[in-house]
Write a protein that binds this ligand. Structure first.
Ligand SMILES: Cc1cc2nc3c(=O)[nH]c(=O)nc-3n(C[C@H](O)[C@H](O)[C@H](O)COP(=O)(O)OP(=O)(O)OC[C@H]3O[C@@H](n4cnc5c(N)ncnc54)[C@H](O)[C@@H]3O)c2cc1C
Length: 369
């Protein structure tokens, strides 16, 4: 079987990896180096901390507006169809079947990362708690007790502050993990953006290519290729060296909004959640300022830009759209956490092993062809 995978971010790479393991010949179509688009991520694997993706939860718009007014977020991308779908899905609980599918994604992805690390831990994988620093720990704990994913957590102390420790967590280097998956999937490559995709074909670089199956994993740009509601929430990731090393990974939600992940050779500091598809990356400075506040005088090794692809309800879209067309997009803030599961689901649909989609786009009112 010949498969064309459109998009070489973490989801496309894992789809290529599983297709290849089943003997498919895979060609990646992407104008960027495979893995480059997902490199900005912190690399926190938060297998049961789904609440950060619940952007349609009651109260979220108020929190986001407050971030906008403080300059902690900005909007530079307007997609009326996305906004309409958001308004429709606002406050809606996706139901127990969807929550069970999310739990399964967490279990599968965790087991796969463990397997890959046991084979060869060349991507700095380690299991450790994630500390979340919030203003009101008691309120956070109260909310977590009602969380449908039933995350395991405890109240904790982190560097002199009260915190919530998530216990079902791990971390990896996104730079190294992307390289590992790319090497194992060893896909062929067409270094161009797809201009159009359809049932069994892709047009890229002015050329039309046919395949037994096409998997579209183009992040937020899936909205442009297939008309699905996926919006870009831009963020920035710095690799830094610091005089002082924090004892574990943490997210400072109380003040800077910055996530910090100490890795073998460097520390990753990431932040911002801007609905923004522009090339103006000036808000990155604020992430760096936040990192300096938390870590002291950091030396910057490099900076990467990423676009979290979010659907209006924060759940992904993974489905078959035609005989020979599959889509996997919308991981939002959790593409690394659920990358293996999303790639596996896309591969299973592409191989015809699974017929029914767990995360169809029809929930936004769009009829699947
Ligand atoms: C600052 C930041 C921190 C993050 N931290 C974490 C974290 O700690 N843990 C976690 O789980 N997740 C994290 N994420 C989220 C994670 O990075 C995303 O969910 C993930 O990158 C989504 O993967 P994707 O492959 O769907 O899309 P992307 O990573 O956006 O990749 C999409 C790919 O498709 C390509 N493409 C687009 N259009 C076309 C086209 N027309 N033709 C061909 N190719 C195309 C792009 O060039 C790109 O390579 C973070 C994200 C950011 C920005």
């Amino acid at each position: 079987m010949r498969a064309l995978v459109v998009g070489g971010g973490v989801v496309g790479l894992f789809a290529a990896y599983y297709l290849r393991r089943e003997g498919a010949e895979v060609v990646l179509v992407d104008g960027l180096e495979p893995g480059e688009a997902s490199r900005a991520a912190a690399g926190i694997l938060e297998f049961t901390r789904f609440k950060i993706n619940r952007i349609n939860a009651v109260g979220y718009p108020t929190a986001y507006l407050s971030m906008l007014s403080r300059g902690a977020a900005r909007i530079r991308h307007m997609d009326p169809k996305w906004i309409l779908a958001y308004a429709r899905s606002y406050g809606r609980d996706p139901g127990e079947d969807a929550w069970e599918a999310v739990r399964e994604m967490g279990r599968f992805s965790w087991a796969e990362y463990r397997r890959l690390a046991e084979e060869r831990n060349d991507f700095d994988y380690a299991e450790e708690p994630l500390y979340e620093l919030v203003d009101d720990v008691d309120k956070e704990v109260e909310e977590l007790r009602r969380d449908p994913l039933r995350p395991k957590f405890e109240e904790a102390e982190f560097e002199g502050r009260r915190a919530v420790a998530y216990l079902e967590a791990a971390r990896l280097s996104t730079d190294l993990a992307a390289r590992r998956i790319r090497e194992e999937a060893a896909p062929g490559r067409i270094a161009a953006y797809a201009e159009a995709v359809g049932d069994g074909f892709v047009v890229a670089g002015g050329r039309r290519m046919e395949a037994d199956v096409v998997v579209v994993a183009a992040g937020w740009r899936t909205s442009r290729l297939l008309g699905l509601p996926v919006a870009p929430f831009k963020g920035y990731g710095f690799r830094v060296k610091t005089p002082r090393r924090p004892r574990a990974m943490f997210i400072d939600l109380a003040d800077t909004g910055v996530a910090v992940v100490p890795l073998g050779g460097w520390i990753k500091a990431t932040g911002r959640f801007d609905m923004d598809s522009t090339e103006d990356h000036s808000p990155a400075e604020r992430v760096l300022a936040g990192a300096r506040k938390l870590l002291g005088d950091v030396e910057v090794l490099d900076m990467a830009v990423g676009y979290r692809p979010c659907t209006p309800d924060g759940l992904p879209i993974v489905e078959r759209l035609g005989e020979r067309l599959v889509v996997a997009a919308g991981a939002c803030r959790l593409g690394w956490t659920f990358g293996p599961a999303l790639g596996r689901m896309a591969a299973d649909l592409a191989l015809g092993r699974v017929k029914e989609a767990r995360f169809p786009s029809s929930r936004f009112g769009r009829r699947t062809p």
